[in-house]
Design a binder for this molecule. Structure first.
Ligand code: GLN
Ligand code: ZN
Length: 776
């Protein structure tokens, strides 16, 4: 300190699994015991070296800490837990074991073992990435362990790269933590801020000693209204923490980031902190209104850099370089030392569009994955150095591409647009609840009806058949025949177990969103577009690029066939519009609500066809309803309006005698309880087993009057819940909400489970429901 300024191009982070998910394979081989820890460490080192080399090749300078060290073996929050030495007491035996290594402790926290439940996992801000939730209590140790970070710095230096360690910042870390079991009533992890900050200060000292010129501390908490502390107080906490960290003598220069949303309300205060650079997400957020003109921003940023997050790290479209260039050039003109950056880490986008040989070339030309985004950052930075004229060819080229995209067939389809324009409020409403209840009596559904959430175990056989079909080794007829047998087996099994409302088992679906994407117009799928979802798990979101319509019925034949096999009702099974959008890459050229309405109309037609085919109950899953809730309170009402509206549009055509179900995957939905009510589904199933029915009471208090199926069987582990256990959960639920409203079901779908435990658990579930019915 003082360090030389950051070069004028950087990114906040880069995908970690590798271009061909090399890290996934290496880590899983280590877990299986087929690779040693040394081999895993070596594989990770190779991957990090390849990343640095690639980033330099793409135009980030090797000097001056432009390159972030954003590698993680599993999760960046877990990395921070290890770096802070904040090992929960319940794992202290693991850490004390004679053969313990940093990595063995790390994976024990992530995955648990015979004697330890793993750390809980939950979604990272409004993304589909999951982090390992730290457990903090008044005596959790905080003792800096910079070994991993220091090691990466040294590796980089050997490679001729000066890199920048990245750590989740103290305020975000603690606000994302939960109080460890047994912590005193009223304790909150953030109470430990001063202790944590002391450990961060020590980390910074060690990094400085190891030669780090810069460090990046991520504080996305700054953009969120969904944390336990109001935003205003979060800013104050950040001021307190960085006042201390910035005051330290022996430390690297600090880049404080605020990704995933709008930090404009706090930017002037952040700029006043004793840090050397602040970042703002200028895709989701803005600069403080008026602060520019008044000169306030420039004076607040005096001798500091502003990393302008103008390249979108959440989507896969080519940036409008002319607009982005305008923003950074204006900053520069106003006297701000601007650095071109991304809105957030690129961990949420795949590696490289050039790997997608099978994508239609015209569509491919509109796209930018991580590597293309890095190149765009580099171009914009060159524009800062050499003037906008120097990059005019690149600006003109993106303009041409964007115009091509806007005019391409399929992007705007008149018929689809006309239909959306004609939608009226009446299309979003069904008959009254009473009328529906009366009409649905014809379904003869018993009290405490038992059902499942949709999928049955996806066995190796199912995967093998699908792969053989994809490779062309078996033909359509053979594959369909296989699926029919599978459906028949699953129906017979459910009859034997004695469930009341059956499902066809979803064997034909590779994924609950991709399956629909593959069968709707307006979507494309990728070959290598993997995005980390948690640990070694990745998903391959589809690309929603055009107006959406349904060329032909999708699920109808499977449901019809399943229903033909049994006298019991079989639920039709669809994925809802919000979830289809949440788990795809969506277009950025129109409001999400407009896209959702198109998807909703396609699903509405599908429901019509299901009903026509004799299906009396249709479930429309919306597990992502809460995930897409904006972090920013100001934007939540508009979101809830279009998201709930699109679900209602999808289901609003169903006659009163058709029973509409929905499924939500999580138990904390206090924030969206009105929205859940607003969906107006006849029956809603939710996760509830682990929280022991905590969700039922607020629903009861809220006056929720329709059917509710709180999960009584935790499907996240192979453990078989006993009859007694499930009986007890049903009784708890029945004490909180009238029994006539209650359904009995597992927490979620069964696709990740094995058959043995599934059959045992469902058998117990049916017995439990009977026990409560008879006892009542
Ligand atoms: N119907 C889906 C299934 O059972 C629901 C999955 C989910 O909620 N994520 O697999
Ligand atoms: Zn679920």
């Amino acid at each position: 300190m003082p360090a030389s300024p950051l070069p004028n191009a950087t990114i906040l982070g880069y995908p970690r699994l590798g271009r061909r998910r090399e890290l996934k394979r290496a880590v899983e081989a280590f877990w299986k015991g087929s690779a040693s820890e040394a081999e895993l460490v070596e594989a990770a080192r190779g991957l990090r070296a390849a990343t640095r080399e690639r980033l330099v090749e793409l135009g980030l300078p090797a000097e001056g800490a432009a390159i972030p060290e954003s590698f993680s073996f599993y999760d960046q929050v877990l990395d921070a837990t290890l770096a802070l030495g904040a090992i929960p007491a319940r794992f202290s035996d693991v850490a004390a074991a004679e053969d313990a290594t940093d990595l063995s402790v790390y994976f024990a926290l992530a995955r648990g073992d015979e004697r330890h439940q793993p750390l809980e996992m939950t979604k990272w801000f409004d993304t589909n990435y999951h982090y390992s939730v730290p457990e903090i209590d008044p005596s959790t140790p905080f003792a800096a362990n910079a070994a991993a970070l220091v090691g990466q710095l040294a590796e980089a230096r050997e490679q001729g790269v000066e890199s920048r360690p990245v750590i989740v910042g103290p305020v975000t870390y603690l606000l994302l933590s939960k109080a460890a079991d047994g912590a005193p009533e009223g304790f909150a992890p953030i109470d430990r801020l001063d202790d944590a900050v002391a450990a961060y200060a020590e980390l910074l000292r060690e990094l400085a000693a190891a030669g780090a010129s810069w460090v990046q501390l991520d504080e996305p908490a700054l953009v969120s209204d969904s944390l336990s502390v109001p935003r205003e107080e979060i800013v104050a906490l950040v001021e307190r923490a960085y006042g201390v960290l910035g005051g330290g003598e022996d430390r690297p220069a600090i880049l404080l980031t605020a990704p995933y949303g709008d930090s404009s309300g706090a930017l002037l205060r952040l700029a006043a902190l004793p840090v050397e650079a602040v970042h703002a997400d200028l895709v989701r957020g803005t600069l403080p209104a008026g602060a520019f003109e008044s000169g306030e921003l420039v004076s607040a940023l005096h001798r500091k850099q502003l990393v302008a997050g103008v390249v979108d790290g959440r989507n896969i479209w080519r940036t409008d370089l002319r607009v982005a260039s305008g923003v950074v050039q204006d900053l520069r003109l106003a006297g701000v030392d601007a650095v071109v950056g991304t809105s957030n880490s690129l961990q949420h986008v795949p590696h490289d569009v050039d790997d997608e040989a099978k994508l239609e070339p015209r569509l491919r030309s509109w796209l930018a994955f991580a590597d293309q985004k890095v190149s765009q950052v580099a171009v914009l930075a060159r524009g800062l150095r050499e003037g906008a004229d120097a990059i005019e060819p690149e600006l003109a080229e993106t303009e041409r591409v964007l115009a091509d995209r806007a005019a391409a067939p399929g992007v705007r389809v008149d018929g689809v647009r006309a239909r959306v324009a004609e939608v009226s409020d009446a299309d979003r409403g069904r008959a009254s609840e009473q009328e529906r209840r009366d009409a649905q009596r014809a379904l003869s559904i018993p009290r405490l009806a038992t059902t499942t959430i949709g999928s049955f175990p996806q066995t190796g056989d199912i995967r093998k058949a699908r792969a053989a079909f994809t490779r062309g080794e078996i033909d359509q007829a053979a594959y369909d025949g296989f699926l029919r047998e599978e459906i028949e087996r699953v129906i017979r099994l459910q009859e034997e177990i004695g469930l009341d409302v059956l499902v066809h088992g979803e064997a034909e679906r590779n994924d609950m969103v991709q399956y629909f994407a593959e069968n709707l117009d307006g979507f494309a799928v990728t070959e290598h577009g993997w995005v980390q979802s948690y640990g070694t798990r990745a998903t391959r979101p589809s690309i929603l690029w055009g107006d959406v319509s349904r060329p032909a019925p999708i699920t109808v034949e499977w449901s019809r066939y399943a229903q033909s096999l049994t006298g019991k009702p079989v639920k039709g099974m669809l994925t809802g519009p919000v979830t289809i959008l949440a788990w795809s890459f969506v277009r950025d050229d129109q409001p999400l609500g407009d896209t959702a309405a198109q998807v909703a109309l396609a699903l509405r037609d599908e429901i019509d066809d299901l009903v026509e085919a004799g299906i009396g109950i249709v479930q429309v899953d919306e597990p992502a309803l809460r995930e897409l809730l904006p972090l920013d309170a100001d934007r939540q009402a508009a979101y809830l309006d279009w998201s709930v509206g699109s679900f209602r549009l999808a289901t609003g055509g169903a006659a009163p005698e058709v029973q509409i179900h929905t499924h939500l995957c999580y138990s904390e939905f206090g924030e969206i309880i009105d929205a859940v009510d607003g969906l107006d589904a006849d029956v809603t199933s939710i996760e509830a087993a682990r929280s022991r029915m905590d969700v039922v009471e607020p629903l009861g208090d809220h006056g929720y009057s329709r059917g509710i199926g709180p999960g009584v069987y935790d499907i996240h582990s192979p453990r078989v819940p006993s009859v007694e256990e499930q009986t007890e959960l049903i009784r708890i639920a029945a004490s909180r909400i009238p029994g006539e409203q209650l359904w009995v079901n597992p927490d979620c779908g069964l696709k990740t489970r094995g058959y043995e435990e599934t059959v045992a658990s469902l058998t117990n579930l049916v017995r439990a429901a009977r026990a409560v019915r008879e006892g009542a």
